[in-house]
Design a protein. Structure first.
Length: 451
């Protein structure tokens, strides 16, 4: 009798699901009936983890971190968390914490993330002007402090016109009280200027670039080592290199530093620390393809034509160091991001140029390339979104099976959601203020930093 009851109950679920289940927006037209039933059953029997978008506001009258719920392809505003000053770069952890830098307060804010949003826990003091923030494979938080006229507010040893710093934080346990949600481990001196970072697992090392003095600090990140969390080498990339961004290839096993000012890429062997300069026409922050075989390198040419910015998207084959470049007129490519299957490359537009170049510049597009046959790139679409508000703009994304949603922040106070199946904006969510960054977080995950 129990078996019969269970069977009837299961059939009733099937009937209810088949009659009532719908998919919102553009997903609806791309899902067949049987897929809809299976997806609905999964939602009934196994609720997916909560997914949240965090959008830091740059408007100084709005020192907010906007919290947005993303469910079934739709963004819903949850709340604004008011902070001492405007938040910036952020990273979420597997322990359901979010760490966000407050550049003008010399602090990192810690939040507890739940299925309904986020709650502020505490501030942790950092070095001067924390901008980028990263999470290493072990879950430690690395805060990149760009410095402020040679004065560091945490470690006096890092004071000086040629010195910057990194603040390393241990994530707290899941559900920890505010005081235990994050703990300062160490404060390290590195080179001067704006910093970016990347981590390797074999050997366990951190690489931190310094744009002003054109160096990369190599930090031992192996807890079993006698030099753990110390700078073991400083690599010079050459005068005027201006490193700004890293990628890692699982195929070559090398780190690739974008020497943006010089317009080159420098490969670094994590073990031997041998370097090789690879020439490109221009270079900027890069992205590795899912296979690890190729690196996408956005860049721009503002010197050849006084009336037009010439955007460059270069593909590097890591096995041969061969380069292939496509041009796009009147666009300044910035953050690049591959879809999970590698078939699409999304590139954000940003500000650049002067005079007539600015007049002609398209700051309001998302470039979509077919990258299924790398190194070949074919421009599919230039999707109209809001204008950029700076020389950089960071994208975020979420996959729904074969669909990808790309989230584009803008200077007009809107968060744009782009549907990969139709290559169009499926939702425009007005949050007020101005944005150049968005962070997507799935509860319990540890996302990687991509810019």
């Amino acid at each position: 009798m129990k078996t019969i009851i269970r069977s009837v109950f299961f059939i009733s679920i099937l009937i209810t699901v088949e009659c009532s289940f719908t998919l919102p927006g553009n997903e609806k037209s791309n899902a067949n009936k049987s897929n809809g039933i299976m997806l609905a059953l999964l939602s009934v029997l196994n609720t997916p983890p909560a997914t949240i978008l965090f959008v830091p506001n740059l408007d100084t009258t709005k020192p907010f971190l906007s919290v947005v719920n993303h469910r079934n392809g739709v963004n819903t505003f949850v709340s604004n968390i008011t902070l001492e000053t405007n938040p910036g770069d952020a990273t979420g952890t597997a322990n359901n914490h979010l760490f966000a830098n407050l550049t003008n307060s010399n602090k990192t804010a810690v939040f507890n993330v739940t299925s309904s949003g986020a709650d502020f826990l505490k501030y942790i003091d950092t070095g001067s002007r924390p901008v980028h923030i990263y999470q290493d494979p072990a879950g430690k938080i690395w805060v990149m402090n760009d410095g402020n006229n040679g004065v560091d507010n945490v470690n006096a040893a890092c004071n000086g016109s040629a010195v910057g710093s990194v603040t390393i934080i241990q994530d707290g346990a899941k559900g920890a009280a505010a005081n235990d949600s994050g703990t300062l481990i160490k404060h390290l001196c590195v080179g001067k200027g704006h910093h970016k970072a990347i981590f390797t697992s074999s050997p366990k090392r951190a690489f931190v670039s310094s744009i002003t003095d054109s160096t990369v600090s190599v930090i031992d990140n192996d807890p079993s080592s006698g030099t753990y969390l110390t700078v073991i080498s400083t690599l010079s990339l050459g005068a005027g290199a201006g490193p700004h961004g890293f990628s890692y290839s699982s195929v070559s096993g090398k780190v690739y530093a974008s020497a943006q000012t010089a317009g080159t890429v420098v490969s670094i062997d994590p073990g031997s620390l041998n370097t090789q300069t690879i020439s490109t026409s221009k270079s900027g922050p890069s992205a590795s393809s899912p296979s690890g075989q190729y690196i996408a390198i956005p860049g721009k040419d503002t010197t050849t034509d006084s009336n037009h910015v010439i955007g460059k998207v270069t593909i590097l084959n890591v096995s041969t160091n061969a380069l292939s470049t496509v041009d796009v007129s009147d666009v300044s490519p910035d953050h690049a991001m591959f879809s999970d299957d590698g078939n699409r490359l999304y590139v954000a537009s940003a500000q650049a140029g002067s005079g007539n170049q600015v007049t002609n510049l398209k700051q309001n597009v998302l470039l979509v390339y077919d990258s299924s046959a790398l190194p070949a790139l074919t421009l599919i679409s230039q999707i109209t979104v809001g204008n950029a508000n700076s020389g950089n703009r960071h994208l975020a994304s979420m996959n729904h099976g074969s669909m990808t949603h790309v989230f584009v922040p803008s200077g007009d106070g809107n968060l744009y959601t782009v549907d990969s199946m139709t290559n169009s904006v499926s939702q425009t969510l007005n949050l007020g203020g101005s944005f150049n960054n968005a962070h997507f977080y799935t509860l319990g995950s540890a996302p990687t930093h991509t810019h």
